[in-house]
Write a protein that binds this ligand. Structure first.
Ligand code: HEM
Length: 168
């Protein structure tokens, strides 16, 4: 599982949900009715596909976790990442069901949907950022065994010697 499927899969929810939210925002505010309808359809499909992709991200995330042995700092970083990812996934799945099953796909979205969607996408982007910290700050998934805390600047350890990416 090194590097595993998780880093590949996570780009789908991040890209699809973000573009879906932008398209739905456009569908709410664009004056031209035909353009608004097209944006609403694109936004609805992107959101539904993105929400499904968050479930895949969770599955591959759990798989990535199963073979890891990490120290306390990396463990805490992963926990934060997972909490935000779960919150975002839960919100996005509920919003996708609301949007996909509760409305005509070409209908302009309401303000409540857009506000909740903005919160969910912000949580998803933050989860992605925290996921990157797992890898690029703590070396998780790079060595398969990340006992270290923060990596010193430029990969130098306390004695000034250079160290491999993520771990000393
Ligand atoms: C919507 C859900 C999720 C998103 C968008 C997401 C995003 C990310 C990103 C962007 C990375 C950095 C990948 C890299 O640059 O190599 C990452 C790493 C990681 N994530 Fe997630 N993640 C999600 C859910 C989860 C869940 C539910 C778990 C565990 C239960 C998890 C565990 C991990 C682990 C262990 C890493 C570091 C090792 C690796 O990259 O495979 N993630 N995640």
């Amino acid at each position: 599982m090194i590097p595993g499927w998780h880093p590949l899969v996570v780009h789908f929810p991040l890209a699809l949900c973000t573009t879906g939210a932008v398209a739905l925002l456009g569908a709410r505010w664009v004056a031209n009715e035909a353009v608004a309808r097209s944006l609403a359809i694109v936004g609805t499909w992107n959101l539904c596909a993105g929400a499904a992709a968050t479930l895949l991200a969770i599955g591959t995330g759990i798989a990535a976790l199963m073979r890891l042995h990490v120290g306390a700092a990396a463990h805490e970083a992963i926990s934060t990442h997972v909490k935000w990812a779960m919150l975002a996934a839960m919100m996005l799945v509920l919003l996708a069901v609301w949007r996909g099953a509760g409305n005509a796909q070409d209908e302009r979205p309401g303000n409540a949907m857009l506000i909740l969607l903005a919160v969910a996408v912000a949580a998803l982007l933050y989860a992605g950022y925290r996921g990157d910290l797992n890898v690029y700050r703590h070396g998780v998934g790079v060595t398969g065994n990340a006992p270290c805390g923060d990596v010193p600047p430029h990969g130098a350890d306390a004695a000034g010697a250079s160290s491999p990416v993520g771990c000393r």
